[in-house]
Ligand binder design. Sequence first.
Ligand SMILES: Nc1ncnc2c1ncn2[C@@H]1O[C@H](COP(=O)(O)OP(=O)(O)OP(=O)(O)O)[C@@H](O)[C@H]1O
Ligand SMILES: [Mg+2]
Length: 345
Amino acid sequence: MPARVTTIAFEGAEVRRVEAEVVLTKGHVAFQVVGLGDKAVAESKERVRGAFAGIGLGIPNQRIVANLSPADLPKEGTHYDLPIMLALMVVMGLIPQDALDGYVCVGEMKLDGQIAAIAGALPAAIAANGWGLGLICPHDNGPEAMWGGNDDVLAPKSVIALINHFKGVAVLERPVRGELASPAHPVDLREVKGQEVPKRALEVAAAGGHNLLFVGPPGSGKSMLAQRLPGILPPMNSQELLETSQVWSMAGLIAKGELTRERPFRAPHHSASMAALTGGGMRAKPGEVSLAHNGVLFLDELPEFSPQALDALRQPLETNEVVVARANHHVKYPARVQLVAAMNP
Ligand SMILES: Nc1ncnc2c1ncn2[C@@H]1O[C@H](COP(=O)(O)OP(=O)(O)OP(=O)(O)O)[C@@H](O)[C@H]1O
Ligand SMILES: [Mg+2]
């Protein structure tokens, strides 16, 4: 019987359920991870091997096969270390299988047996809650995971702490949910003198969620006006807060589990590449247009952006989502933004 630990894979902004299965089989001594993983997943076995050595345990001198199922779903990231390690511990008889049955498990292993933080803890927690499961995640991700709606979160600092918890030796404390930071606006619209018409335009755009283009000579206050838009936008509602925070979590931008209702304001430099704007590249992380989801994307000096980058924004502005093409599939990220641009005539 293989040991099974539930974990997740990200397909763009969507979370898919994945089972990490581990068996010991006959054959020459080896440790293999299969299931369409990227380089980080392939390296997982070395981190797991190192972590076992780090806590003073050897792994069985047999052929070990770890399968990430469904095997046709591409898997990226380092969060498979902990589920693979725990499944191997079940096979070795160190942890009972039923202790892990009610949990989704994510975490990156360090070579001393500590568990390192991962990106995407919030969507993982929300998905686990949807499946009626608790979450085992790294200690540093605990405050963020508590936003997922299920209080059954185990956030150990190390695998030893987790084993002690299951044995009842030292029960883990429940993490404290991160704070809801109140909006901090370093700049204020009242600092703009005169300019009644552009100010009115800014207010109308803020109220209606319209896109806006400022055209004017250098020094006329275009950048200044645009930067003061977040200060007059209404706060995000709870639904929007979770949507936007999930994208930020995937990009690893949530510190200490602190969320905010303040709408995002992203102002990428005009030298930004197409991948930086719309997402994609090596690990298909969300781009600026998705990080600005439910908020403002500000393109200062609009004509300086490459035509290719601007063309790539056309589709997300029309459909409110970004489709990033990967080698043999597509992934989607949400991108409902208000576009504000500025240029000289
Ligand atoms: N209406 C205004 N009230 C107060 N300060 C202003 C006003 N207009 C311009 N300024 C001052 O001028 C500076 C330059 O404005 P800003 O950078 O917004 O101009 P711009 O239109 O973006 O110019 P550029 O085309 O060169 O980017 C501001 O930082 C601000 O100090
Ligand atoms: Mg400017």
